[in-house]
Design a protein around this ligand. Structure first.
Ligand code: NAD
Length: 372
């Protein structure tokens, strides 16, 4: 089985879908690996390291020629895959709801698209879950970037010149990214509070040393451990909660997402106006429509003396670790299904049908079919 790894072509993408470590492990399973020249450059992995690990390193066209499978961080354009074997697998993130045309193009080209962000959130798939591994790093980076932007320190400091008080950090949305944001802000010495619409997160916030801030009756648990959309009444209750709390905060990190929908709006311009000058808001959902009014991807927006920021691709700001974890997720996925006799992975229904978007010219994914 030939596995190709291309250099990512999306603007601002610094990650790579395989590292020398996973190249070695995949080769040990019996695969032959081909990596495009410069694929790891932005993640500080030189071509020579891939070659040493056993990969053939070459130009894109040569790498893709005859490939049974292509691995990517973001799914490449179909045009880049013309030399691959008919029906080749492409395992990558596809943004299937946002980039439906790309999915259709994969179907038309007869490729089998495997969307890693559709990996089911079941125990045995945890080690294959790129959303978790990348969100965890994003939650960390959001706090570090906000701290860097903030004109004051995070921890309380008692010095001969006087005392500096601890920064107050409020985390909105306590999924994987939010939990890491709480932990990171705590490690930096901030006073941390956090909120969510899933009640079970209150305990998780406490266990990390944060203070849960919840409104009565504000519960919106959806399927599979995700949130559901709030009713208008619940939105009003949340707005009141935020209004009362946010004016006293120095740093706000928002991470709220609802699968398949635009990010919920959590912070309004009027609420931003109530904050102290010099406060910083990091909107981790900015690329999905934003939790914060006025946030713009990759720009520092100043409003009412408050800085609003957010990256279009936060894990890409930690390319080496993000690539290492993403690549291990991919290896864990292929390894779990590797069939020695077949010399390639053979997927089961629970995971295969969940992540497969296209096969034999058709869009076959039930979530996408339901959304069309
Ligand atoms: P996510 O990225 O979809 O959303 C981030 C957070 O925003 C969630 O906690 C969500 O409840 C919250 N949110 C949504 N709307 C909100 C609103 N209006 N106000 C405040 N908060 C709001 O979530 P995620 O990080 O992907 O995690 C979702 C769940 O999946 C968690 O329970 C997590 O523990 C679980 N999970 C399970 C596995 C597994 O078992 N393999 C892997 C990863 C995550």
């Amino acid at each position: 089985m030939k596995i190709a790894v291309l250099k990512e072509r999306a603007a601002g993408e610094t990650r790579v879908a395989a590292t020398p470590e996973t190249v070695k492990k995949l080769a040990a399973l019996g695969a032959s690996l081909a990596v495009e020249e410069g694929a790891g450059e932005a993640a500080a992995i030189p071509d020579a390291a891939y070659a040493e690990a056993g990969a053939e390193v070459g130009p894109a066209a040569k790498v893709v020629t005859g490939a049974d499978m292509v691995m990517g961080v973001q799914a490449p354009d179909v045009a880049a895959l013309s030399g691959a074997k008919p029906g080749a697998w492409v395992a990558a993130t596809f943004d299937p709801f946002g980039q439906r045309e790309r999915v259709e193009a994969y179907a038309k080209a007869g490729l089998e698209a495997l969307s890693l962000e559709f990996m089911p959130r079941i125990t045995r798939a945890q080690s294959m879950d790129v959303l978790s591994s990348q969100s965890n790093l994003a939650g960390y980076k959001a706090v570090i970037a906000a701290a860097d932007q903030y004109g004051r320190a995070f921890p309380m400091m008692m010095t001969a010149a006087g005392t500096i008080s601890a920064a107050k950090v409020f985390v909105m949305g306590v999924g994987v990214a939010g939990l890491q944001a709480i932990a990171t802000a705590k490690r930096l010495g901030a006073q941390v509070s956090a909120t969510d619409v899933r009640p079970e997160t209150a305990e998780q916030i406490k266990s990390l040393g944060g203070k849960p801030v919840f409104a009565e009756g504000l519960e919106a648990s959806g399927e599979g451990g995700y949130a559901a959309e709030l009713t208008d009444e619940q939105k009003a209750a949340q707005a009141e909660l935020v209004t009362n709390h946010i004016a006293k905060q120095d740093i706000v990190i928002t991470t709220a997402l609802i699968p398949g929908r635009a990010a919920p709006r959590l912070v309004s311009d009027a609420q931003i106006a109530s904050m102290k000058q010099g406060s910083v808001i990091f909107d981790l959902a900015v690329a999905q429509g934003g939790n914060v009014e006025g946030s713009v991807p990759d720009q520092l927006v100043e409003k009412h003396g408050v800085t609003i920021m957010g990256f279009s691709n936060t894990p890409a700001h930690l390319p080496a670790d993000a690539s290492a974890l993403f690549s291990r997720n991919l290896f864990n996925f292929l390894n779990a299904f590797w069939d020695e006799d077949a010399g390639k992975p053979v997927l089961d229904e629970e995971i295969g049908d969940a992540i497969r978007l296209t096969r034999a010219g058709e869009v076959v994914n039930p979530r996408l079919q339901a959304a069309s």
